[in-house]
Design a protein around this ligand. Structure first.
Ligand SMILES: *[C@@H]1O[C@H](CO)[C@@H](O)[C@H](O)[C@H]1NC(C)=O
Ligand SMILES: *[C@@H]1O[C@H](CO)[C@@H](O)[C@H](O)[C@H]1NC(C)=O
Ligand SMILES: *[C@@H]1O[C@H](CO)[C@@H](O)[C@H](O)[C@H]1NC(C)=O
Ligand SMILES: *[C@@H]1O[C@H](CO)[C@@H](O)[C@H](O)[C@H]1NC(C)=O
Ligand SMILES: *[C@@H]1O[C@H](CO)[C@@H](O)[C@H](O)[C@H]1NC(C)=O
Ligand SMILES: *[C@@H]1O[C@H](CO)[C@@H](O)[C@H](O)[C@H]1NC(C)=O
Length: 415
């Protein structure tokens, strides 16, 4: 009789859960690891189990001697489920031990969804966006770069895009999303283009591409992912220095400050401080403007125009990008959900700054016969209101579920 391996594993896990065993789990450095988190309130029929178990991938960095990063990832995984059944702690020798939930402990033995039929040692669940040769020894190919720059571009902005890419070193893999269908011209004019990834899909917006081509498992090797627009003036920007600063200040989500004198103004929080600071995290603005520093956009906020995500933050943010909402409006006020401490881990880099030239390139992508740029903008606003409504509903549903789970697990009152 051929048993479905995942069901076998699940029944083992469920059994373990019921008995309350705990297993130490070794996490190999730099290997993806799957934590199976229990989200059930307990006492459900077995048929419910599948729906209540979720895969939560996270990557353990091998040069991270600070266990809190690992613990935070694991804790976040547990927290997503909003349950007290899974307690994961990481010690400095990178052994993750599940103290109360054997479901979590047993999980790393299970392959990612879809790979159940394969022997685990052949499963490669991560990829990258690095070009390889078709010949030679694979391990002698040029190594995958440490960071990824993505730009959503049209050919008319080629001069600025070239200037932008020139500010990024060889430590970056480069990926261009073309919204105007013109790709071959780039290779003819710019040598760097020949080693860039080009994705061409007409008349789409940045977040449409990001959802489809920047899956967290595909960008997993990159420490930071830049999701930039094409119309930034980068005269006073250097990418390596930028990365050094966000690393130094522990910014998981960041953007370069904007020089309001040379470009479009936007939120006060993104304005460049000329006082010689390297980064800033908040603004108090004037009266009636950021009167509460703890509210977005006064802290814990960067715009969708030029965000830079750490690997972990992007793995979260990607999930928030909706499939049908292409303009991404409203994501910025929710980026805070993807870090532990938004007021410390989301910030604006003053020492490396840009100016927003605000070329209305996206507006031109509207069909003139149906209203052109005005209609594009109207859709962006409509998407913004959809997104807000979805987020509100999702928050409410999660709260209800948490409350129900808490009620189910609280000890029965004595008579
Ligand atoms: C990691 O930190 C521990 C103490 O927390 C220390 O004993 C150990 O030497 C460190 N390892 C490395 C590689 O820095
Ligand atoms: C680990 O990193 C966290 C945040 O980055 C920090 O608060 C903590 O002090 C660090 N712990 C050690 C032992 O370095
Ligand atoms: C979680 O579990 C621990 C130990 O099992 C217990 O001490 C703690 O009170 C629980 N917390 C909640 C919020 O139920
Ligand atoms: C691209 O930018 C670099 C750096 O600014 C510059 O040297 C080069 O001439 C530009 N290439 C073209 C074709 O304009
Ligand atoms: C704060 O005030 C400045 C000028 O007083 C304005 O330009 C800016 O848009 C305001 N920011 C917000 C978030 O309202
Ligand atoms: C604002 O950010 C600075 C660091 O840039 C920090 O020292 C300060 O505590 C923050 N203010 C508030 C109210 O959080």
């Amino acid at each position: 009789m051929k048993l479905n391996p995942i069901l076998t594993a699940l029944s083992a896990a469920t059994l373990g859960f019921l008995i309350g065993l705990s297993f130490p789990v070794q996490i190999a450095p730099q290997l993806p690891c799957y934590v199976l988190s229990w989200s059930g309130g307990g006492g459900d029929a077995a048929s419910n189990v599948l729906g209540r178990l979720s895969w939560v991938p996270f990557v353990v960095s091998n040069n991270n001697n600070n266990s809190s990063g690992t613990a935070a990832a694991a804790a976040a995984a547990a927290e997503v489920m909003n349950q007290n059944k899974t307690t994961i702690t990481a010690s400095s020798d990178q052994v993750v031990t599940s103290s109360t939930a054997s479901v979590a402990a047993a999980a790393p033995k299970l392959p990612p969804t879809g790979a159940e039929r394969l022997p685990p040692n052949i499963v490669v669940s991560e990829s990258d966006l690095h070009l390889r040769r078709l010949w030679g020894e694979p391990r002698e190919d040029t190594p995958v770069r440490k960071y990824l720059l993505t730009l959503t571009v049209g050919y008319t902005e080629k001069a600025n895009v070239n200037a932008t890419v020139s500010k990024f070193s060889d430590d970056f893999d480069v990926m261009l999303f073309h919204y105007d269908g013109r790709t071959t011209e780039w290779d003819e004019e710019f040598p760097w283009s020949q080693s860039a990834i080009h994705v061409s899909a007409r008349k789409q917006a940045k977040w449409w591409y990001a959802k489809r081509f920047l899956h967290p498992r595909v960008v997993a090797p990159y420490d930071y992912v830049f999701l930039w627009d094409e119309d930034l003036d980068v005269t006073f920007f250097d990418a390596d220095e930028y990365v050094r600063l966000v690393t130094k200040h522990g910014l998981a989500i960041s953007q370069p400050a904007l020089d309001f004198a040379r470009g479009k103004k936007s939120y006060e929080i993104t304005a460049r401080r000329s006082s010689g600071v390297e980064v800033h995290l908040n603004t108090t603005g004037g009266p009636g403007n950021c009167s509460d520093v703890h509210q977005r956009p006064c802290s814990g906020f960067v715009e969708v125009m030029a965000p830079v995500f750490s690997r972990e933050a992007w793995a979260c943010a990607w999930h928030m990008v909706q499939n049908d909402l292409v303009h991404g409006w409203g994501l910025d006020v929710n980026f805070w959900r993807c870090v532990d401490e938004p007021e410390r881990q989301i910030g604006v880099v003053d020492a490396q700054y840009v100016a927003h030239r605000a070329v209305p390139s996206l507006g031109r992508q509207g069909n003139p016969e149906t209203g052109g740029g005005g209609k594009v903008r109207a859709r962006a606003w409509r998407e913004y209101s959809h997104f807000r409504a979805r987020m509100t509903n999702a928050d409410r549903a999660a709260q209800r579920e948490a409350a129900a789970a808490a009620a189910a697990t609280s000890p029965p009152r004595s008579k």
